[in-house]
Design a binder for this molecule. Structure first.
Ligand code: CA
Ligand code: CA
Length: 550
């Protein structure tokens, strides 16, 4: 009976394939795309892009208030984001007409009086500056259509000081009642280093790691946990795919073990959606992040490699990629040792640090993007990084969060706290960079396409580094489900030839290349490429090659 069923099933699948012409139309589509690319003078590229249906994604971080303003009230909003979704991902993985990201991390969006909204007053709504729950639902629907996963910033270390529970707690404490709402927060009589914020008119003090306006939740109280469970369920029901957890480093206190809490939180969310994806902000040393992976949660941001002094930016500047790949392997080995399902969270910068363009020129920015986008795990691209937006100063948080520049000739009227003026972008707005084949934006598009054409890069494990004596040459082997890739980064200043012997990679096939350095004068752009012929790889300065073992 089972056998008969299987035969019928196979027949049905075969018939449906004939009826909808799946096989042939996919091939035709790929051929048509290749023709289109050739007609535009781009390299013909017929490698198929693989659409993700798992947790491995290329995320794009959107600072909602600065991205796109739909109603001219000087603040970005959900309607604005919806109008720009095709820029990020048009739903057709083979079109090559979008950035190629397939995940969005939304910076805080819940009601809050601050512009950054990291102090939440109401966990069950959208701040009216950004839209309504209905516009949010519409946004989720549009992301679903395009295959974009959405994670939201969830702040559970602290609430706002005007959160109703905190206001009630303070009222009760003024009457000496300690066993009511006060249990949701960390209060005690008398001040110390941690409990250093006073409840006005009392001798009670509370923990507020960031400010008096951000009281820390008591994470070991069951009532708080029940409340968080309601919040998680509410947003998962609305269709979000996961969470970016803020300030994880501060979860640990006298009563709470941060790793244990994270383990509870992750499992609780998995109870509502087994495929939930979570990434934590534990801004600390690599050693401390390794330990966090014991919680079982998918990802923690890789701060050792990020920031303008991290491995990605430093290696892109000095070109010493041999050291870089050793460091990357070591980091990945260490997180996988703690959690075999760990997904490294790679990024250059986020909303809390100077822009990468404050530290690197355009071609160095290209090289840095190849280094992080092609590292195993998930990538997180901070909005505007793909066009090289520069922070007007490197000390004020708001200056890292200025308006997205869609068109240098038509600047947005977006006001960000303390940074009143929007300046034209030195490397051009999106419109200008789309028109320039050699722009940073088009480099990002090519790199993400290469990543999406080779799904092993994100999903695989680094199993070794390429043998070499050249400080400026680094390569790592990635293995995934029987497939073996070699990702090579070359940071030297002269074009080099590398004979790819069997010792380096058996039966090497070329999967693609990228050149981050500018085309030298007198050289034709089409000649300035990574090439692979007769077993020899030609690598111009600051270039990347992907090879696959046969
Ligand atoms: Ca608006
Ligand atoms: Ca805390």
């Amino acid at each position: 009976m089972k056998k008969l069923l299987a035969v019928v099933l196979v027949l049905c699948i075969a018939m449906s394939a004939v009826l909808c012409g799946c096989g042939s139309s996919e091939t035709e589509k790929a051929a048509a795309n290749a023709d289109k690319a050739a007609a535009k003078g781009d390299p013909v590229d017929t490698n198929k892009v693989i659409k993700s249906d798992d947790k491995y994604r290329s995320f794009y971080q959107i600072w909602i208030g600065s991205f796109c303003d739909s109603n001219n009230d000087e603040t970005g909003d959900f309607e604005g984001i919806i109008s720009k979704l095709d820029y990020l991902n048009d739903g057709n993985p083979d079109s090559g007409e979008d950035l190629g990201v397939d995940g969005i991390w939304l910076s805080p969006m819940m009601p809050s009086y601050s512009y950054h909204k990291y102090n939440v007053r109401d966990y069950f709504d959208i701040d009216p500056e950004f839209g309504t729950l209905e516009t949010f639902d519409e946004f989720i629907k549009e992301c679903d259509k395009r295959g974009i996963a959405v994670i939201i910033d969830l702040v559970v270390n602290h609430s706002a000081s005007d959160h109703p529970y905190f206001l009630k707690a303070c009222e009760e404490l003024k009457k000496g009642k300690e066993d009511g709402y006060a249990k949701y927060y960390n209060f005690k009589k008398g001040a110390d280093m941690t409990y250093n914020r006073r409840v006005t008119g009392t001798n009670y003090f509370y923990e507020g790691q960031f400010s008096s306006e951000m009281p820390d939740w008591n994470l070991s109280y069951q009532g708080t946990k029940d409340y968080f469970e309601e919040i998680v369920k509410f947003w998962l029901d609305r269709g979000v795919d996961g969470f970016r957890l803020d300030a994880v480093k501060y979860f640990s206190d006298a009563n709470t073990d941060g790793v244990e809490f994270m383990d509870w939180f992750y499992k609780m969310a998995q109870g509502y959606n087994p495929d939930v994806y979570m990434v934590g902000e534990h801004w600390d040393s690599a050693g401390s992040i390794y330990e966090q992976y014991k919680s079982g949660m998918d990802s923690y941001f890789n701060f050792k490699f990020a920031t303008t002094s991290g491995d990605y930016v430093v290696s892109a500047r000095n070109g010493m990629t041999k050291t870089f790949v050793d460091s990357l392997k070591k980091y990945n080995d260490n997180i996988l040792k703690r959690n075999e399902k760990a997904i490294n969270a790679n990024f250059l910068t986020n909303h809390d640090m100077p822009r990468v363009s404050n530290a690197l020129d355009a071609s160095e920015q290209k090289f840095a993007s190849a280094l992080y986008l092609l590292s195993p795990g998930n990538s997180f691209t901070y909005y505007g990084e793909e066009i090289g937006i520069e922070a007007p100063n490197t000390t004020n948080d708001a200056s890292f969060r200025t308006a997205m520049i869609w068109d240098n000739d038509n600047l947005p009227n977006i006001w960000v706290n303390g940074v009143a003026e929007v300046e034209p972008n030195e490397l051009g707005g999106v419109k200008q960079q789309l028109a320039d084949k050699n722009s940073l934006l088009n480099f990002y598009r090519r790199t993400l396409k290469l990543k999406n054409q080779n799904p092993e890069i994100a999903r695989g494990k680094i199993t070794g580094v390429m043998p070499t004596d050249d400080t400026y040459l680094g390569g790592y082997y990635i293995e995934h489900e029987g497939s073996k890739l070699l990702v090579i980064h070359y940071g030297g200043t002269e074009t080099m030839s590398l004979k790819v012997t069997d010792d380096i990679l058996k039966g090497a096939q070329f999967r693609g290349g990228l050149v981050a350095s500018d085309v030298p004068e007198g050289t034709k752009a089409e000649d300035y490429k990574v090439k692979f012929a007769d077993g020899t790889l030609t690598l111009p300065p600051n270039s990347t090659a992907i090879l696959k073992a046969n």
